[in-house]
Design a protein around this ligand. Structure first.
Ligand SMILES: [Zn+2]
Length: 293
């Protein structure tokens, strides 16, 4: 979530400029030139089902089918390049946005949604929910969805991915009760670690060869990922993989969140995430137990 450096910003600006104007405007898309979308799946999220390993239905995707997912954004520069590339390739993805990032860059969330991609939640400030009192974890989830929906200016999907893929029995039960689908990962690109486009693409392709299908995890906050997407899509197409676009059968029902509560959750999250030797244990107080989330 840091600012893009000047060199990267320059590279990204060149990458956008290199794309056809029609692609940037997401119009006059020619599916024969890109990987396209092979199938659109309308996902019924009632009961908060899992997607991806280890709890998801392994046959949700057919052999050769892949789903593109981008976490942690949006971020100016890299997210814009990814959107332009997806438009040029006539394909669609799911973006699990962070609430704080959505609030900071609402125009980008709106662009993601306007261009037909799916917007899901990834908490408000990206904490490890295992370290939080259950009520604060629930508030993180809800504020994340509320901020993302506000930024999108339209309903978003009841799709959620845990920061660090870190769930608890309480959060799983909560999302099941909220009819919010829980997304894991089949193919981890490790793009946050591997900043080389070629090595990242190779890693994804090797894992796909072994597994044959899957939900691919990428992060739209990394310039190296933005610059790798065109090459990754080319390799996927070359190898015969097909993109599945996931859409919700019904939108998420967001809760109204006041600014005061956002500030309170920010404070409590910071307190809870301190190393455990600083304070023995984060207890649920009467106040947090009564939190409406
Ligand atoms: Zn994340």
């Amino acid at each position: 979530m840091r600012a893009v450096g000047a060199v990267w910003a320059c590279l990204l600006a060149s990458a956008v400029a290199a794309l056809p104007a029609a692609a940037q405007a997401d119009e006059a898309c020619d599916p024969s030139k890109g990987i396209g979308v092979a199938r659109t799946a309308d996902v019924d999220t009632r009961g908060g089902p899992w997607f991806g390993e280890p709890f998801g239905d392994p046959d949700f995707l057919a052999p050769g089918e892949v789903v593109l997912t981008f976490d942690d954004g949006p971020l100016p520069g890299s997210t814009s390049v990814i959107l332009a590339t997806l438009a040029a390739e006539c394909t669609k993805a799911t973006f699990f946005v962070v609430g704080q990032m959505a609030a900071a860059h609402p125009d980008l969330v709106k662009a993601i949604a306007d261009q037909g991609h799916t917007v899901g939640g990834h908490t408000w400030s990206h904490p490890n929910l295992r370290r939080l009192a259950p009520a604060i974890a629930r508030a993180q989830i809800e504020i994340g969805f509320a901020e993302a929906e506000k930024a999108a200016g339209q309903p978003i999907a009841p799709f959620f991915r845990y920061p660090y893929l870190s769930s608890t029995p309480a959060t799983v039960a909560y999302l099941r009760g909220r009819d919010i689908a829980q997304f894991a990962v089949d193919i981890d690109s490790s793009d946050w670690l591997i900043r080389s486009a070629q090595r990242m693409i190779q890693r994804v392709m090797t894992k796909l060869e072994a597994r044959g299908r899957g939900i691919i995890l990428l992060h739209d906050i990394h310039p190296s990922t933005a610059l790798a997407i065109r090459g990754l899509l080319a390799r996927l197409k070359e190898k015969g993989y097909r993109i599945v676009h996931l859409r919700p059968a019904a939108p998420v029902q967001t809760l109204v969140v006041s600014e005061l509560r956002v500030r309170a959750v920010a404070r409590l999250t910071r307190f809870s995430e301190r190393p455990r030797h600083v304070h023995a244990k984060v207890e649920e107080t009467d106040w947090t137990r009564n939190w409406p989330f």
